[in-house]
Design a protein around this ligand. Structure first.
Ligand code: HEM
Ligand SMILES: O=C(O)c1ccc(-n2ccnc2)cc1
Length: 403
């Protein structure tokens, strides 16, 4: 990182591009340079203020009044440009408008509500594992597990029809790319996002939602007056936008962590209750959701740097989760660590409301796999799937030995 100015009144600045193919493929060296350069570093290419240290990211996440979400959590300032789709009522909203949609979704996706689904998701995970190992002990962990399991359980849990579910992954992939700048990744998704969006928006209508699922519970909240009938479809859209690509790449992260740390897999097999901490430790270490933006609502001073009002700031969640100023031996995947406090799910009023869904999916799958498979190992180098926001794998060739 070339620091072009370090005088106290001037801001550490870099001309590096965190959304370049090279940095997206291997972000750790850039993130180290970013943390070393200071609490806040100006990315001169985008005029954006970047934060890579744990304490600075955590304080920005908690200060929703100073760092707002309602101007968008991507690089686009909704006050200056029209968003590519109507803004999210949760992710891209602040109190008071954020309150009702958040309260409704928090109840529907809460740990208590999900408890009744745990046996079914555990059985689905065991069925999937049996099907995969029946075909042989060599498999691609992305295709066979990370993609297959969320798509097997989540759309049914929302209550949308079977027809057209292939739109879900590419819709989410473009959504997460669109939080970043209009680079090669956004250009790649642009030609088809219209058809993916049309299908997603259609599924949010009440007449597409079957009874008993998350979608039905959202529409029931509208019947009770906890939401308006205009808000209900957008809250269902939040589930379809957030609910698949995130968990796909989270499960990929967990499986990659275990495949590269066989001693931790052995520990998990001895004590399956470690699956929960393994999930959070993998989210801390890999951070499937790497970054989110905010917009300053006033001039804010951080780390000796004065950030003007109405400027975009970029929080590197993955970098914060690997900051040696906060974490001991941060690059180590360690089931003995207490990963609580990690910012892989954000923190504060926007902290991930779907984390219990994600955790239940991952714990169900990993527990089922650990029961059937004694060891897992990579049989070839896994290949990254590049995205402006998500840290993801395209392929992960693996071999297991049956228990
Ligand atoms: C392991 C998978 C996941 C990760 C790493 C993740 C990460 C995050 C992060 C970092 C935020 C904070 C955004 C911000 O501060 O601007 C967030 C918010 C959110 N997440 Fe997730 N997420 C995951 C899965 C899910 C799932 C499965 C759902 C839905 C079923 C979901 C729904 C949401 C919603 C609705 C918000 C906005 C909450 C609000 O603004 O009040 N997420 N997530
Ligand atoms: O409301 C939306 O469209 C929306 C809400 C949340 C996410 N998200 C990001 C990470 N976890 C969830 C993505 C999209």
């Amino acid at each position: 990182m070339t620091i072009t100015s370090t005088a106290p009144s001037l801001i550490p600045t870099t001309d590096e591009d965190p959304f370049s193919e090279a940095v997206l493929a291997d972000p750790l060296p850039f993130q180290h340079r970013l943390r070393e350069a200071g609490e806040v570093v100006l990315l001169e290419r985008y005029g954006v203020y970047a934060m890579g240290r744990y304490d600075t990211v955590r304080s920005a996440l908690l200060d929703w009044q100073g760092f707002e979400s309602s101007a968008g959590v991507g690089i686009t300032d909704f006050r200056a440009e029209t968003p590519w789709r109507p803004p999210s009522l949760l992710l891209e909203a602040d109190p008071p408008h954020h309150n009702a949609p958040r309260s409704v979704l928090a109840k529907i996706l809460g740990p208590r509500e999900l408890r009744s689904m745990a046996p079914r998701w555990q059985a689905d995970a065991e069925a999937l594992v049996d099907e995969v190992v029946a075909r042989g002990t060599e498999f691609d962990a992305v295709e066979s597990f990370a993609e297959a399991f969320p798509l097997r359980v989540f759309p049914d849990a929302v209550g949308i029809p079977d027809e057209g579910r292939e739109h879900l992954l590419p819709y989410g992939d473009h959504l997460f790319n669109a939080f970043g700048p209009e680079n090669f990744l956004v250009e790649h998704g642009a030609p088809h996002i219209g058809e993916h969006s049309a299908w997603v928006n259609e599924q949010c209508a009440r007449d597409h939602i079957s009874s008993g699922g998350f979608g039905d519970a959202i529409w029931a909240a509208a019947d009770r007056g906890d939401l308006t009938t205009e808000q209900a479809p957008l809250v269902v859209r939040s589930l379809l936008s957030a609910g698949v690509d995130t968990t796909v790449h989270a499960i990929g992260a967990v499986l990659h962590a275990f495949a590269t740390h066989p001693d931790q897999w052995a520990r998990l097999r001895e004590d399956p209750s470690l699956a929960r901490v393994a999930f959070d430790e993998a989210i801390r270490l890999e951070a499937p959701v790497q970054t989110f933006f905010r917009t300053t609502t006033r001039e804010i001073e951080l780390g000796g740097v004065r950030i003007p009002e109405r400027r975009k700031i970029l929080m590197f969640l993955g970098s914060a989760n690997s900051d040696p100023r906060h974490w001991h031996d941060p690059e180590r995947f360690d089931l003995a660590r207490d990963p609580s406090g990690h910012v892989g799910f954000g923190m504060g009023i926007h902290q991930c409301v779907g984390q219990h869904v994600a955790r239940l999916e991952a714990v169900s799958l990993v527990t089922a796999l650990a029961r059937r498979v004694e060891t897992i190992e990579l049989t070839a180098a896994p290949v990254r799937h590049l995205n402006n926001t998500l840290r993801a794998w395209k392929t992960m060739p693996m071999r297991g030995t049956l228990a």
